[in-house]
Design a protein around this ligand. Structure first.
Ligand code: HEC
Length: 196
């Protein structure tokens, strides 16, 4: 019985609302300025440095290159200063995510933006060595010029901080610090150590 009563009331309430709306529309229109044009798409509206920082954040670069991230406690006051947890790959050894700030001794200070873009898109460092694929350069090969250079410019704009991460250490030697192990699937041979 209750349901029947409320079925009756809903249309009445709706009609009352429509009536109010019609009356409101009959009032003289207030002097409203025309709506602004749609804003430009984000990629063209953003300043390149801002976009570089944005791409680095959503690209997960912090995950490995900021201390504490792989421990669930990223230290944002040392963003991109170099990871404190490395990766161990059987056959290849221990590798640590380097300092991406423009410190000349321990970071990217002596790299040109072109060299950073080449490393991001092809994995090739200025010394000719190819970065291990733990660094996700194969996916970054799809970066447009505009985005890759925005990221390089952002890295060069960071405050330079001296922080040397451990050098690549061959398997069989003591681990130079905390690390995560990449376990190869059974029957799959790990690649050899990275060429010097
Ligand atoms: C899963 C971990 C991981 C993520 C995520 C990651 N990196 Fe790396 N990155 C590494 C490691 C490890 C190395 C060192 C590899 C080597 O030396 O072979 C490296 C190397 C680099 C280098 C070369 C620096 C040098 O001194 O050789 C650059 C530049 C770089 N990463 C930028 C980035 C950027 C930009 C992003 C985000 C889009 C990113 N990385 C995301 C792990 C990571």
């Amino acid at each position: 019985m209750r349901a029947r009563t409320s079925r009756f009331h809903i249309p009445l309430a709706l009609l009352a609302g429509v009536g109010f709306f019609t009356t409101a529309c009959e009032q003289p229109a207030p002097d409203v300025p025309p709506a602004a044009e749609d804003p430009a798409p984000a990629e063209t509206a953003m300043d390149p440095l801002e976009r570089g920082g944005y791409l680095m954040r959503i690209g997960g670069c912090n995950d490995c290159h900021t201390p504490g991230s792989l421990l669930g406690m990223p230290d944002h006051t040392r963003a991109y200063n170099g990871g404190d947890v490395g990766f161990f790959m059987p056959g290849m050894g221990y590798v640590y995510p380097p300092n991406l700030t423009p410190d000349p001794e321990t970071g990217l200070g002596n790299w040109t933006e072109d060299q950073i873009v080449t490393a991001l898109r092809t994995g090739v460092r200025p010394d000719g060595r190819t970065l291990v694929p733990i660094m996700p350069w194969p996916g970054l090969s799809a970066l447009t010029d505009e985005d890759a250079y925005a990221m390089a410019a952002y890295m060069k704009s960071l405050p330079p901080v001296a922080n040397q991460v451990p050098a690549i250490t061959p398997a069989g030697q003591p681990a130079p610090g905390p690390y995560m192990t990449v376990q190869f699937p059974e029957g799959m041979a790990p690649p050899g150590p990275p060429a010097p």
